[in-house]
Design a protein around this ligand. Structure first.
Ligand code: CIR
Length: 269
C-alpha cells in the first residue's frame, strides 16, 4: 500500500486467494487468472519476502464470494495511524471490506476510523504518498466526493493532496506509479502529462520509465534500502539499483493476470 512512509512499514495485512480467483476482474494488464496454484505460490513468495525484510505479516482468510479479495490495498486507507474506510468503486468489491475493517479496528485499538458514505467512492489503490505529500487518482473507481473526504482527513493531519486524472487505459494511480523511496516517484511514459505531480519538495523527483515497463513501475519500498519489484522490467531494475537500492524481484504474473500489482496485495498498518 502506498499511504505510509518507509519508516511506518512494520506490520502488513494480506488476504488469501480464493478458489473463485479465476473470476476476478481483469480489464487492464491481464486477461484473467488461469493458474490459481501458481497465483498462490507467487502470493506466498510475496508474504515470505515481506517477512524476510522484517515486516510482521498477518493473512486473513479468503472470501469465496469475492474473487478480488486478495487486493486489500483498495479496502482501507491508513494514514499516520488513522483509518479511512472507503466505499470501493466497483460494486462487486464493496462487501469485501468487513473482515478487513474489523481486523484493523481491533489491531489498531484506539485509532480514529472514518467511514465513507453516500455517493463517495474510492479505491485505496488510487492514493500515493511521497513523504508527507499525497496524490489521489480521479479514476473509474474514485470520484470527486471520495476525494473530498480524503482531503478532509489529510487537511486535519496537515498534509497536502493533489489530484491526478487517471487515463481510461489505467485502473488506479498505483497501477502506474509508486514511491520506491520517500523522495522518488516512478511512473511510465504515455499515461500522465509530465507536470502531473506538480512541483515536488526539494530533493524529490519523478523518474519516467518506458511505457512497456508500466507494470514494473509499481514497487514497494521497504526499510533498510530494500525494494520489491516485479520480475521482467529491466529498466526499472537498473534505475532502482542506480538509486542505491537493494532490489528483490518477484514473479507476479498470475496476480497481474487480474490487474493486481505488488502494492495491491498488502496494507501496512
Ligand atoms: C480490480 O479490478 O479491482 C482487481 N481485479 C484488481 C485490483 C488491483 N488493485 C490495485 O490496483 N490497488
Amino acid at each position: 500500500m502506498a499511504t505510509v512512509r518507509l519508516d511506518q512499514k512494520q506490520r502488513a495485512l494480506i488476504r488469501a486467494i480464493p478458489d473463485s480467483y479465476h473470476s476476478a476482474l481483469a480489464n487492464f494488464f491481464g486477461s484473467g487468472p488461469k493458474d490459481i496454484e501458481l497465483a498462490r505460490k507467487q502470493h506466498s513468495d510475496y508474504k515470505n519476502t515481506l517477512e524476510d525484510a522484517g515486516i510482521s505479516v498477518v493473512m486473513l482468510d479468503a472470501d469465496e464470494n469475492h474473487p478480488d479479495c486478495l487486493f486489500v490495498e483498495d479496502q482501507a486507507v491508513i494514514i499516520d495511524g488513522r483509518v479511512l474506510l472507503p466505499v470501493p468503486g466497483h460494486p462487486s468489491r464493496v462487501n469485501e471490506q468487513p473482515p478487513i475493517s474489523n481486523f484493523l479496528v481491533t489491531e489498531m485499538g484506539g485509532a480514529q476510523v472514518c467511514r465513507m458514505s453516500g455517493d463517495a467512492r474510492m479505491d485505496g489503490g488510487d492514493i500515493l504518498r511521497l513523504g508527507d505529500l499525497f496524490f489521489v487518482g480521479r479514476s473509474t473507481r474514485t470520484n470527486d466526493l471520495g476525494i473530498e473526504e480524503l482531503r478532509d482527513l489529510l487537511s486535519h493531519l496537515g498534509h497536502e493532496l493533489r489530484v491526478i486524472d487517471i487515463p481510461e487505459h489505467a485502473l488506479h494511480l498505483t497501477s502506474i506509479a509508486s514511491t520506491p523511496t520517500d523522495e522518488v516517484i516512478l511512473a511510465p511514459e504515455g499515461y500522465l502529462p509530465k507536470d502531473a505531480f506538480g512541483e515536488l519538495p526539494e530533493g524529490s523527483r519523478v523518474i519516467w520509465m518506458p511505457e512497456e515497463e508500466t507494470y514494473g513501475c509499481n514497487t514497494i519500498g521497504l526499510p533498510g534500502g530494500k525494494v520489491l519489484v516485479a520480475k521482467g522490467y529491466p529498466t526499472v531494475e537498473k534505475t532502482l539499483i542506480e538509486l542505491g537500492l537493494d532490489i528483490i524481484t518477484l514473479d507476479f504474473s498470475e496476480i497481474r493476470a487480474a490487474d493486481g500489482s505488488l502494492t495491491c496485495c498488502s496494507l501496512f498498518y
